[in-house]
Write a protein of this length. Structure first.
Length: 157
């Protein structure tokens, strides 16, 4: 199962025939295993990795560090559920270390991100503080490299 998941994580567009050949199984076995993984919620989605910088779409991505004080009846799960339901939020992760949640947000402009933080995120009852970091350029995500040009390794004079 782990080999199948790793192959799908690398390229979810591989056919069952390709996967079967790589795993030494039949197409039917691979198809049944994928169906079970989907049914059990192990496979949640199949997504394309898009380099939005190569499109006309204007948007910004921000990573927000969030400090919270969980309330008795809410806890971290309840806070995460509230935050993940905002349309601007791409991902929410509970963290160890210096802050409680890492939130990835996409919006049209820097101001839109700032307004999201000021008007929707910060006013939440459990939020103590936020720190917003804007993504200037993606170089690699989920093992996909987003650089096209080759760097001149000769150095500058």
């Amino acid at each position: 199962m782990e080999k199948l998941l790793k192959l799908l994580d690398q390229n979810a567009r591989m056919s069952n025939a390709q996967l079967a050949a790589m795993l030494g199984r039949t197409e039917e076995e691979v198809e049944a295993q994928i169906a079970k993984l989907e049914k059990d919620g192990v496979i949640r989605a199949y997504k394309a990795m898009i380099d939005w910088d190569k499109t006309d779409r204007e948007y910004v991505t921000a990573i927000i560090e969030l400090h919270v004080t969980p309330k008795k009846d809410l806890g971290f799960e309840g806070i995460a559920e509230t935050i993940m339901n905002f349309s601007e939020v791409e991902s929410v992760s509970l963290m160890s270390g210096g802050y409680d949640f890492s939130i990835v947000v996409n919006a049209r402009t820097f101001k839109d991100v700032a307004m999201f933080v000021a008007k929707r995120l910060s006013p939440l009852d459990s939020v103590v503080s936020t720190a917003t970091h804007f993504v200037l350029r993606r170089y690699k995500e989920k093992n996909v490299i987003f650089l096209d040009e080759k760097k001149d390794e000769r150095g500058a004079f």
